[in-house]
Structures are given as C-alpha cells and as structure tokens.
Design a protein around this ligand. Structure first.
Ligand code: SF4
Length: 378
C-alpha cells in the first residue's frame, strides 16, 4: 500500500566539518571549516521520540542537511535508522564520498533502503584525480545497484562553463544518465542574485545542455517573489538538530523547541501571505512537493528522477510513488475566509515567538517588524 506524504521535515545539522573544499561553498567565505561549536543538546532517542508519525500526523519526508558534509555527522546512522523504523522516508544530502558511512546504509534491511534517498552533489572539480574520481563513481554505482534511491546533482558555476561536455560524458559513462543541475545564488547579496558573471540567457544556454527539469524549475522560480498563500510552517517545518529549535521556513524566527517535551503537540502554523524572501529559493522541494497549491509545478519525482540507459531509474518504485504526490492532496486546505483569518492572526503568532528564546530577541524583533510591515503591504 502506498504511504501518503503528510509533511516535509527539514532537519538542519549545524556542523561545518567536510572532506571537500569546494570553491563556491559559502563555508569557504567564512573560513569556518571543521567548526564543531554546536553542542547537540538532545540524545538521538529524544529526537526520535519527538519525530514519531503520531506527533507529525503521518508519514513524512525527512530531509537531513548539514552545513558541511552530512555523512560526517556522528549520530547519522542511528538517527536515520530510527526514522526509517518509524516509517518515514529519509532524504540525505551528501557529496557521496564517505564510503564507510554509505556502506552502513547499504547494510540496512531492504524495507528501509526502499525509503532512503540520497541527493548526491556531483562536485566535478573536487572529484578530479584518479583515486577520488574512481571512489566517487564507485559509491554512486553501489547506491544505484542497491534498493536506495538517489539523484545526481551538479552546482553550475563559472569555472565549470568549459567543462559541460566532459561532465555529460562522465555521467553517461558512469550512471547512464545525465546529472541534474541546481542553480547557484549569491548569498552575499541581499537580493540573492544568480551566482554567475554571465547573463541569465547565457547561463541558461550553457547549463540547459543538461536538460534537467530540476534546473528548469529552479530557473522559473528564481527571482520571482511569491504572493500565493504558502503552507510552509503548516505542512513543513525546519528544525535545528543541535538545539531542537524550530521555525516555519528559512529566514523565519524560531518559534518553539520540538525536542524538549515530545509529549507536547508541535504547533504547525502557516507562513501564508507573509513570506519575506525575494524568491522561494528552496522551491525545488517546497513548491514541487506542494507547499504553494496555487503554483503549478512538476512533482518532486519529476525533478529528481532520470531514466538510465540500462533501463533502471534514479528513483526506485517506493520513493518514486512517494515523491510523485503533492502534499496539498493529503491535507486540508483553507477556505478564503480562513486564509484571511490566518493573515490577521499572524502578527500575534509572531509576537509569541518573541517570548520564546529571549536571548535571540533583538534579531527576532527586527524580523518581526519586517514581516508585519513589509509582509502585509504587497
Ligand atoms: S514561499 Fe518558499 S521561501 Fe517563502 S515561506 Fe513559502 S516555502 Fe518558504
């Protein structure tokens, strides 16, 4: 029987330790490699108790992303194992180069592997060199041959402009399909412009060669301020794994601690019409999974999958079915009146966040003022 996707849960692991040093990575700009300042306040058992299907009202897609390399987070294996045992689907963002951790996942029972998805970043330049390249493709091949699903994704940036044909050849040679492409943004810039010196047209011309639906969706969303009602916060939540603090979406203030008392219900409150971001930069998952029902977008399966020339696919049947759903089909949507009501009570919800974690109040007050002033004036 197919599981219904109920929510998207983003678990952010604030550790910057990484075995790569990609030139475009934002950690490079802050020189915070191997920074292990974050103390994990809660045990894995407590995290798992906090993330039961009962508490989250159903089966969720749980995304694990570290600031550095996710596979180097020390408690990753028991955490993922516990989430799969609970019945969730798990997505791990990785550079695909930590063999000993991948091996442990590939030793999981098939029923767990079927719900495990690796988003493998193909760091083309960092993988150059015989040994690194061989090891990387060997890891991808072993994941491909397992019951786990995966997607191969490249970050386009200007130093790679001349390498597109070789990237295509490598992908065809090793997996029998092209990688997808994401879209880089300049985080140092408030408007989060494209991370390239090329014109948008030239950038699209070069990276369009990968014929990636993921790239196309990201380009369609890039720079477009969302004005539709957004259910992030209601059908998705972002949790800092070290502290248990949670917020509605990226850039929103933390409003609760979801690990402190697993017997307490989690508050799911939508962003609605008050998104402050210049565009939905995580839209490849939020929009594709259906957080904005009024935006017509391909499914998450369509932007992650590829058919390989041996007949196999990046997504195995269970993940493909799960990723083919839209969260808005499995949850109740608000009426127009309810949306107006949510908009009216949003300032009160946000005001409440000021009383949560008072240490962080200065930053939150600034955010509060921005949302209440700008967010409501379209
Ligand atoms: S529109 Fe995108 S960035 Fe804004 S709140 Fe919704 S999901 Fe988050």
């Amino acid at each position: 029987m197919q599981s219904e996707i109920s929510k998207l849960i983003l678990l952010y692991i604030p550790t910057s330790i990484c075995n790569n040093r990609c030139e475009y990575c934002f950690i490079n700009h802050t020189d915070s490699w191997n920074e292990e300042k974050e103390k994990f306040k809660y045990s894995v058992d407590q995290m798992l108790l906090s993330l039961t299907r009962e508490r989250l009202s159903g089966t969720c897609l749980i995304n694990l992303t570290a600031k550095g390399e996710t596979l180097l987070y020390k408690d990753l294996i028991p955490l993922v194992e516990g989430l799969l045992k609970e019945g969730h689907y798990v997505e791990i963002i990785t550079n695909g180069s930590v063999k000993k951790v991948i091996d442990k996942f590939l030793a999981f029972p098939v029923s767990y592997q079927e719900r495990l998805f690796f988003k493998i970043s193909y760091h083309y330049k960092e993988m150059l060199g015989k040994k690194k390249e061989e090891d990387f493709w060997e890891n991808v091949k072993r994941i491909k041959e397992s019951s786990c699903s995966f997607s191969l994704e490249l970050m386009p940036y200007d130093s790679l402009n001349e390498c597109v044909d070789n990237i295509i050849n490598q992908c065809i040679k090793h997996v029998g399909a092209l990688c997808h492409a994401t879209v880089g943004r300049d985080d140092g810039n408030k408007q989060k412009t494209l991370l390239t010196n090329l014109s948008r047209k030239d950038y699209e011309k070069i990276w369009g060669k990968l014929d990636s639906p993921m790239f196309k969706l990201k380009m369609d969303l890039f720079g477009v301020k969302r004005k539709e009602f957004c259910y992030a916060g209601k059908w998705s939540i972002i949790i800092d794994l070290a502290s248990g603090k949670a917020g509605q979406c990226y850039g929103r203030p933390f409003s609760q601690n979801v690990f402190e008392d697993p017997s307490k219900p989690i508050q799911f409150f939508p962003v609605g019409y008050t998104c402050l971001q210049p565009f939905c930069f995580n839209g490849h998952s939020h929009v594709a999974l259906g957080m904005l029902p009024d935006v017509n977008a391909p499914t998450y399966a369509q932007i992650r999958n590829r058919k390989c020339n041996d007949g196999s696919e990046f997504l195995k049947p269970k993940c493909k079915d799960f990723f083919s759903q839209k969260i808005y089909n499995n949850n109740k949507q608000y009426t127009s009146m309810e949306k107006i009501f949510i908009t009216c009570i949003t300032p009160f919800y946000l005001l409440k966040t000021l009383f949560f974690d008072v240490k962080d109040n200065k930053r939150k007050l600034v955010k509060y003022i921005k949302i209440v002033t700008k967010g409501f004036i379209k």
